[in-house]
Design a protein around this ligand. Structure first.
Ligand code: ADP
Ligand code: NA
Length: 370
């Protein structure tokens, strides 16, 4: 891993919940300290694959930025950026291949088009997200259907080995055929995303076969298998699309709200605390949450629960959750009151991301559309 790069994205669908935090964001914070080059994108172009209120989306983007920073993403260690954002870059004016400073199509959208032209309809039809989300509506959009291709563009744009100057790229048309780039980004994925990453790997191969070796295949970094379950139905995962507000703990929930939700959490009729996700999913979910929030092992959590009935144990779990989430909630509140600071962080991140992505897009255009 040393020397590698990591890329991951998250949709700006509002404040993250405990599942997002323990299943993804906590890992993101760890990765920024392990890898020298890390990019995290707020993928707003993915959000518009389904109906959105633009004002709500704008505020969700800032909320997600505030949440990521409050959870510990450090813009000095990780490039934090908004996928669709356009910023004026001086390199575009000085670069001799592009006289116009008004490049408004983002690299992500443009590479997505090129990759989409290499993707068969059949390849996308069987991906789990399409099957699941298109079932909810009578008809899903083309964007929803092809969004795994956009995801492929998101990842492939940040392959390494393209930090040459834009000017030298303009002079050497087919240099990448002689000089295979060394490394792609590693992508932390949950199990639900594995098939999408396989599509990214396929598209890298298809592109390379047709146009010359450009994209190394990205590797999956399988993130922790820690899954947080719904507090109301512990057989399904905690999800922000769950209509039951009592099922999900948002990382901005007040101590009172946290206490109430955990008090109401579904358990079973055995009062003793044990960890057995298959036969006792409710109690086991509380143990998972307790262990993760108190940064102890599951065994240690069960040990601390010895002699307690589930009602009393819930108070212990509540304490652990409140302790971890309080500073995060306070920081999010502080950051929300400074939207211009959040925007500045995102603009700075976009600038840095674009410096990496623009040469790769330029390379991918050579031999395809230019
Ligand atoms: P949601 O299911 O709430 O819509 P997303 O699909 O946007 O969440 O997931 C964002 C990230 O959070 C992904 O990396 C996903 O694996 C992780 N994640 C979502 N829900 C959970 C959960 N209940 N437990 C663990 N990780 C989760
Ligand atoms: Na989801």
């Amino acid at each position: 891993p040393a020397g590698g790069r990591v890329f991951s994205g998250i949709q700006p669908t509002g404040v993250p919940h405990l599942g997002n935090y323990l299943g993804a964001l906590e890992n993101w914070v760890a990765l920024q300290n392990q890898y020298p080059s890390v990019l995290y994108s707020i993928v707003d172009m993915h959000s518009i694959t389904q109906p959105q209120d633009p004002n709500q989306l704008r505020s969700n983007i800032l909320d997600m930025a505030a949440s990521l920073l409050a959870c510990g993403i450090d813009p000095e260690r990780a490039i934090l950026f908004q996928q669709s954002q356009w910023v004026f870059l001086s390199t575009y004016i000085t670069g001799n291949f592009c006289a116009q400073p008004t490049l408004k199509v983002s690299e992500h959208a443009e590479l997505s088009w090129i990759l989409g032209c290499l993707t068969s309809m059949a390849r996308l039809r069987h991906l789990p997200q399409w099957k699941m989300k298109s079932k909810l509506k009578s008809e899903g959009s083309v964007g929803l259907y092809t969004y795994p291709v956009l995801q492929a563009a998101d990842i492939l744009l940040y392959k390494r080995g393209s930090q040459r100057s834009l000017e030298s790229l303009a002079k050497q048309k087919h240099y990448y055929k002689q000089e295979m780039p060394r490394m792609s980004a590693h992508v932390p994925v949950g199990e639900d995303q594995v098939q999408h990453l396989e599509l990214v790997q396929d598209l890298a191969r298809i592109f390379n076969n047709r146009y010359g070796d450009l994209f190394p295949e990205p590797y999956a970094l399988l993130s922790s298998t820690r899954k947080v379950k719904s507090l109301r139905d512990p057989t399904v995962k905690m999800s922000k699309s769950d209509p039951q507000t009592m099922a999900t703990i948002a990382i901005t929930d007040s101590p009172d709200a946290i206490a109430l939700k955990i008090r109401r959490a579904v358990t079973d009729f055995t009062s003793e605390v044990t960890f057995d996700p298959d036969t006792r999913p409710g109690v086991s979910n509380l143990v998972t949450i307790h262990a993760a929030m108190a940064r102890i092992s599951v065994e240690e959590a069960v040990y601390q629960a010895r002699g307690l009935d589930t009602g009393t144990y819930k108070k212990l779990v509540t304490e652990a959750v409140i302790q971890r989430l309080t500073p995060i909630r306070e920081e999010i509140e502080r950051l929300r009151s400074e939207p211009s600071h959040l925007e500045a962080v995102l603009v700075q991140g976009t600038r840095r991301a674009r410096e990496l992505a623009a040469p790769v897009l330029r390379e991918s255009r050579v031999g395809t559309v230019t």
